[in-house]
Design a protein around this ligand. Sequence first.
Ligand SMILES: *Cc1c(COP(=O)(O)O)cnc(C)c1O
Length: 837
Amino acid sequence: MIRISLGQLVRVLDGTLHEAADRELAVANVSIHSDRILSDCLFFALPGANTDGHRFVEAALRNHAVAAVVSRNWAEKNRQTMPGPLLIVNDPLRALQRLAAWCRGQFSGRVIGITGSSGKTMVKDILHHLLALSGHCAANPGSFNSQLGVPLSLLRAAHRSDYMLCEAGTSAPGEVASLERMIRPEFGILTNIGWAHIASFGSQERIADEMANLFRHIPSEGWVLAPADDPNVDRVLNGLSCQIHRFGAPSTTLPYIIDRHLTPSGVTLFLRLPTGEEVRLPVDSPLPGVVTALEIALCAASLLGGDLHAMAQALTHYTPPATRSEVWKSPNGVTVLNDVGGFDPLSIEAALRSLEAFGTESGRRLFVYGTAEQPGPAGEGTSVQVGKLAGRYGVDELLLLGGDSLNAAGTAFRQSRPHGATTLFPHVEAVREYLLSNLQWGDILLVKVPESRGVDRAALDLVEAMAPNRFYLDVKAVTENVARFRRLVGSHTRILAMVKALAYGSDAVQLSREFGEMGVDMIGVASADEGRQLRSAGIDLPILVMACTADEADKLLRHRLTPVVYNLEMVDPIAAAARVAGCKLDVHMEIDSGMGRLGIRPEQAVELAERIDRTRVLHLCGLMTHLSCADESEEDPFTQGQLAVFQGVVTELRRRGFSDLICHAAATAGAVRFPEARLDMVRIGLGLYGLYPSPQVQEGLELVPAVALVSRIVKISLHRRGERIGYGGTFTVPQDGFRAAVIPIGYHDGIPRALSNAGHILIYGQPAPICGRISMDSMVVDVTAIEGAAEGTDVLIYGDRGGFVLRPEEVAEKADTIAYELLARLGPRVQRIFLRE
Ligand SMILES: *Cc1c(COP(=O)(O)O)cnc(C)c1O
């Protein structure tokens, strides 16, 4: 958000400032969580479902919030005891909304409002992907479309973007009007009018009226894109003064779908463009809704002036993030469709159609159907229908999860499919056990289990059952680690989260999606391509690219990536590209203060800064260096020397008028061990995962372990004394009755070969030594002393899981490497699982 002083804020929010506060203090961020305070952050005390944000005012201020926005009622009672600064308003949520409306007023890009009963998030994600081809696009994350989500999104959107996509949701009358006051769209999209929340509206007419409120102030040069052939839509759009466009029908001005063919992995669409040309578009998801969302997004992007050929190209084999979690392909060839739609026969049929559309050459189609107990004839009626549908759509095996009322489904299924198999399971655990031993390469599994049974949990259980090798990342632990760094560095120091190399082997996109919420100010990547990938996944935070080259200037500009300039030669080509693109670009520059890698020599720093400045299109806004030995105390004099060199450059540049530079030097080790290195920003990588570059860093800050690599025993064999194990026969069995367990994970998956005959893993917390050489995709461990170890038992390769810990740093040391390399080498066959509860 734009920087604003407390004095100005008082006016915008129509509040009063507790005397103790300094009106000149600047605010550049907001937070509603006391443990996620960003730099220069304003805390809003909002009521929550189970608690009241006012209880956390003290914690927020302790975590360096610049000020807290509190209600007048609360302030009257607590003003004396609270150190402040407090900004007192009638209603903190209203105040947050006012601030969002103010920020929206400062935004000069084009604002597109999206509403409708369903599909909003998917349309937003696809449109975001398309608009990112030609400019920078901000959007609300996920489905942040509520009275709270919308203002937070508006406040966090990068205010210099070309476009802002804002979703407006509603569950009760009047909500869209309130969102419209903040969003003030210039263009509008209505996906559909359905039945969601019909109870609180009474009729579809009323739902249509409610949604049309989003469009009431769209100027006459703007437009609304809405479905063709819906009388409700026609009625509510009648009074608008802007243009109305329709999707879903032949058109001379917009692209439309003329035909579709099912394919093994989804569907191929045939589109007619306004030029009359026909374009083929293969889509990787058969899920209902994706096709419509694609069509809407293409129409909208076309109205905004995009190149339709380039867009169709960009959508080829694209899967919107909203559906990604629902289609999961395991490394061992099993596909899971986790259907989160309704339980009425129509929704079930739609889900089964998706299953059928997913071609499978060798595998079977399995359907896990679970339902809350619904005794009596009604339950039985549905059951019979489900059984029949499963038979009709080619299900090979029907797995029923629940009580006896489901027996009717099994009977109906067998009648229509005599060779089909069906089993009734009492609980998710039993289904999991069954799948674990029965799923094969090529199988496709549709999971439809009601939320009361924990859809996510059930799907996760299945994923766990099917993927022997799993890397768990505990997102809550990462959040806590960011909070601990925030406490360490204070409020005026920004936090950059380093996600180079797939976020140290985990998954950069998944993790970066959550950084804004965690209180991270900026994201760091190694290359322009890593940055581009984050942008097209819809990530808005500023992104700093450590090592790009001048020929990537186009990518930097198109995706608003901030490059680090490290030599004189890079300046002119990047500046030339910026001139062609007609925009300015922020850059940081790097000083080599002793690392001997990237960076300009200190004596050339002024020359580089002035060359950047002279371009007038590049804006030098940051200055960095990298410390080479910050984790080793015996090298502290060297580190202090590096910092002194860097300080010298900072002082010299400031003296020459480069006044608003963000200066940064410290990674995890430097941030913990050298308070004087924290400066304006710290760049944290390894520490996010709760790991330490060295034991000396561990002494300075306690972090929460966030990673674990888990595998499973696939075979146990008995050996006699003198037999040999593995390539080269390097391990000789020492005694009879030796129990050896095979673990299906090897050096291709990131297990260092140096652990051969050296390391151990944990089984039920007990060490199992590695016997013989690590192979490409398996290894053998000694489980003679571990009684419980059996085929199917999970084993811990490293990390923190189930109450047992084997520190990755320790494992790395045994392999004569570092935790960084251990993580970054994690192979593609390992399933990444993000834990959020
Ligand atoms: C990788 C990297 C970091 C992060 O280092 P950690 O030790 O993982 O915190 C910071 N800055 C630069 C330039 C890097 O390359």
